[in-house]
Write a protein that binds this ligand. Structure first.
Ligand SMILES: Nc1nc2c(ncn2[C@@H]2O[C@H](COP(=O)(O)OP(=O)(O)O)[C@@H](O)[C@H]2O)c(=O)[nH]1
Ligand SMILES: [Mg+2]
Length: 247
C-alpha cells in the first residue's frame, strides 16, 4: 500500500511537471536509451553541475530537466529519462510509463547507446520498440548517440568516428572523456534548426517594422497591446528568431 501511494505521488508530480513544461519556451531534447547506456552521465556532462545553481527554476521543478545553451546561442531543455528497463514489476509500470511519456513532448530525441556493449544492437532494437509502443511520432527528429567510444579498440574507435562523420543522424562520443561533445552539440543545433517554439515578446511601439515582419512571416499567434508595447505570442524557429534579432 505504501508503495502504491508513493507511485501515485510520482505519477501526479510528473503530470504537474508536464503541465509546467508545456509552457517552456525552448525546444525539449530528450535522452533515451537502454539502462546503463550512459544517459545520466551524458546529461551531467552536457549540462554541467554549475547550471543547477544558475537555473533554480528548472532545478526545483524537476532535477532531470536542465537548460543547455548550445554554441549557436540557442537554448534547449535537456531531459534525462529513466525507465528503459525490460521486465519491470507490474506495480512500477505505471510510474515509469509516466516518465517515458515525457519523451512524447520532445522536439528531438537523443538515443544514447553503449556502442561497446556486446548486445548493443539488441538493446537499440528494444529501445526503438518501446518508443514506437509509446506512440512517438515517426517524424520526431532523432540522433543516435554512440556513447562509450573510449571502451572500443583503436580500429573500432576510428570506424565509429568515421561513420558518425558521414552520417547526419549519428554522433560518436564518450560521456566520460568528453570526446565528441562539440560535434554532438552542433548536431543538436542542426537537427533543431527547423523546430518551432512558442515565445512571448513585448515589442515596443517604436518597433513597428519588426512587428510588421513578424506578421509578414506568419509567425504571430497572439497580439495584445500593453503599456510597454505589443505583447506578442510568436511561434518560430531559432533561425527565424535570429533573423528577427538582426532586423
Ligand atoms: N567508459 C565509459 N563509461 C561510461 C560512459 N558513459 C557512462 N559510463 C558509465 O556507465 C555506467 C552507466 O551510466 P549512467 O549514466 O548511469 O547510465 P544510464 O542508466 O543510461 O543513465 C556508469 O558506470 C558510467 O560511469 C562512457 O562514455 N565511457
Ligand atoms: Mg540514468
Amino acid at each position: 500500500m505504501r508503495l502504491k501511494r508513493q507511485l501515485d505521488k510520482v505519477v501526479k508530480t510528473r503530470t504537474l511537471h508536464r503541465a509546467a513544461r508545456a509552457k517552456v519556451p525552448f525546444p525539449i531534447v530528450a535522452l533515451v536509451g537502454y539502462t546503463n547506456a550512459g544517459k545520466s552521465t551524458l546529461f551531467n556532462r552536457l549540462t554541467g553541475a554549475e547550471v543547477m545553481a544558475k537555473d533554480m527554476l528548472f532545478a526545483t521543478l524537476d532535477p532531470t530537466m536542465r537548460r543547455v545553451v548550445l554554441p549557436t546561442g540557442d537554448e534547449v531543455i535537456l531531459s534525462d529519462t529513466v525507465g528503459f528497463i525490460s521486465d519491470l514489476p507490474t506495480e512500477l509500470v505505471a510510474a515509469f510509463r509516466a516518465t517515458l511519456e515525457e519523451v512524447l513532448d520532445a522536439d528531438l530525441v537523443l538515443h544514447v547507446r553503449d556502442i561497446g556493449h556486446a548486445q548493443t544492437a539488441e538493446q537499440a532494437r528494444e529501445v526503438e520498440t518501446i518508443l514506437s509502443g509509446l506512440g512517438l511520432p515517426d517524424d520526431t527528429p532523432k540522433i543516435e548517440v554512440w556513447n562509450k567510444i573510449d571502451t572500443l579498440d583503436e580500429e573500432a574507435h576510428e570506424a565509429a568516428l568515421e561513420r558518425a562523420g558521414r552520417t547526419e543522424s549519428v554522433s560518436a562520443v564518450s560521456a566520460v572523456t568528453g570526446e565528441g561533445m562539440e560535434a554532438l552539440l552542433a548536431a543538436i543545433s542542426q537537427a533543431l534548426g527547423g523546430v518551432k517554439h512558442l515565445e512571448t515578446l513585448v515589442v515596443p511601439f517604436a518597433a513597428g517594422r519588426k512587428r510588421a515582419w513578424l506578421f509578414d512571416q506568419g509567425l504571430v499567434e497572439g497580439d495584445t497591446p500593453t503599456e510597454e508595447g505589443h505583447e506578442m505570442q510568436i511561434r518560430w524557429s531559432a533561425a527565424q528568431k535570429a533573423r528577427y534579432e538582426r532586423l
